[in-house]
Design a protein around this ligand. Structure first.
Ligand SMILES: [Zn+2]
Length: 234
């Protein structure tokens, strides 16, 4: 049983130096409602020191527009976490309901890491619904809390009518190499033990749900093999 019709993958930027895509997702429901997952980079990004600016592709609003979807057609935005490459355009979707883990939102209030995007997620015009852990949003669309990269980070599980279960790991597992319990803490991560526990959680989920696909958050090799908007998974 699934209310989900389609899953679109959008690449909004790419860093050739690191073979790293920056991405968002769109889930379309059978009743025509649209759920955006993350919003990509803002127009002007001041990269942290030492970080090479990725090459920007069409931004999320432009990509949605290319398949006839306007920002006001987005009813929900799942904010996986508030890093600059995921939360850069949240305020383009002011009429949507934002779904975020309560623990992430609370952590972001005082964590300097999320100061850069506070002009987005801290915008008083945005309407948030706070989630406490794993939550089924609709039949076939679940968020899965995966701390470690960030407090209250969330991954997403989508059950499609033909493809089956797709797990969007987001930054809980940035690439295939990191899909192991021998994780290393990178400067961009928050907590190693939680990251390992979240990796295990996603591995267990993949097995239990017999997932057809696990999409890693920033894996250039994998992204080259995936269908991207205007193509979609159904
Ligand atoms: Zn990221």
């Amino acid at each position: 049983m699934t209310d989900v019709k389609r899953l679109y993958l959008m690449q909004v930027a790419f860093s050739p130096e690191r073979n790293t895509p920056f991405v968002c997702y769109l889930v379309q429901l059978n009743d025509g409602r649209n759920v955006l997952i993350d919003s990509g980079l803002p127009d002007m990004v001041q990269p942290p020191p030492g970080v090479v600016m990725p090459q920007l592709s069409q931004n999320v609003v432009e990509q949605l527009g290319s398949i006839g979807i306007q920002p006001e057609d987005i009813q929900y935005v799942i904010a996986t976490h508030f890093d600059g490459d995921h939360a850069g355009r949240l305020d383009s979707f002011k009429q949507a309901e934002f779904l975020v883990q309560r623990s992430h939102y609370e952590n972001a209030q005082t964590n300097p890491r999320f100061e850069r995007t506070k002009n987005q997620w801290g915008n008083p015009d945005l309407h948030f619904r706070f989630l406490d852990g794993d939550t089924e949003l609709f039949p076939g669309l679940r968020v899965v809390q995966t701390d470690g990269h960030a407090k209250g980070h969330q991954s997403v599980m989508v059950t499609l009518p033909n493809t089956g279960v797709v797990i969007l790991a987001i930054d809980a597992v940035p690439n295939q190499e990191a899909y192991t319990l021998e994780r290393q803490l990178r400067p961009v991560d928050d907590n190693l033990e939680e990251m390992i526990a979240s990796t295990k959680k996603l591995m267990d989920l993949e097995e239990r749900e017999k997932a057809a696909l696990v999409v890693f958050g920033h894996d250039g090799d994998q992204w080259a093999t995936l269908k991207k908007l205007p193509a979609f998974y159904d």
